[in-house]
Design a binder for this molecule. Structure first.
Ligand SMILES: C[S@@+](CC[C@H](N)C(=O)[O-])C[C@H]1O[C@@H](n2cnc3c(N)ncnc32)[C@H](O)[C@@H]1O
Length: 205
């Protein structure tokens, strides 16, 4: 199943773009990209809620990918609406064409709490520039975390990037779970321990 759903570009050194038509075998739209989907419950939920949308899910952790593919089969969700990538999401993002994606989800990215490790955080200026290139104008970057230092970091990085605008009227909105939100297992565990989940939506200008 993984071989069917994963583009065969891992060994390619070229930065040649991978057309969406080639990736899905049709003129897929809208395309939503979830980065670091963990066990995949949010991605499965998105597919069930939005059967019209085409999803790309990246997760390098083999158990997470196996769990996701198992759920996909159990739930009988259509394989032609999903492509997966069991590797660093940025390698795939670099191969996606300009303005080819409507939404990017980065939920509970690894916090890398030590100061000297912060450069490993997924949300940084370099990766935001890649996200800005592949997102359509008006597209959405959705992020979440229950680590307050990381929440501050993600807000700062995204607001100082010229391609993104925080889609909120007041900062306190970040504590309010959006109506159609699908909580992940990680999020549920954090809440059970009394941690506050932060929800961040940024528009591609
Ligand atoms: C803390 S977990 C959160 C998982 C899930 N998003 C959730 O909310 O339950 C972070 C996930 O990001 C994945 N990850 C880390 N770096 C990544 C990268 N460069 N590309 C894709 N996934 C990545 C990890 O393997 C891990 O599963």
């Amino acid at each position: 199943m993984l071989a069917r759903l994963q583009p065969d570009i891992a060994e390619t050194k070229t930065k040649k773009k991978l057309p969406i038509e080639e990736l899905f075998g049709c003129a897929a739209t809208p395309v939503w990209f979830e980065i670091g989907f963990g066990g995949g419950e949010h991605l499965i939920g998105l597919m069930k809620q939005n059967p019209h949308a085409y999803m790309i899910g990246a997760e390098p952790f083999i158990n997470g990918m196996a769990n996701f593919l198992h759920s996909l089969r159990e739930e009988k969700l259509p394989e032609n609406h999903i492509r997966v990538w069991m590797n660093d999401a940025i390698l795939l993002a670099e191969r996606l064409p300009d303005q080819s994606v409507e939404r990017i989800y980065v939920l509970n990215p690894d916090p890398w709490p030590k100061k000297r490790h912060r450069k490993r955080r997924l949300i940084n200026q370099e990766n935001l520039t890649i996200f800005a290139r592949i997102l359509k104008p008006g597209g959405l970057l959705v992020m979440s975390t229950d680590v307050s230092d990381l929440a501050d970091w993600m807000v700062t990085e995204a607001t100082r990037h010229p391609a993104f605008t925080w889609a909120t009227s007041k900062a306190s909105d970040w504590r309010v779970m959006p109506a159609d939100w699908i909580p992940t297992r990680y999020e549920a565990k954090g809440k059970a321990k009394g941690r506050q989940q932060i929800y961040l939506m940024f528009n591609r200008n």
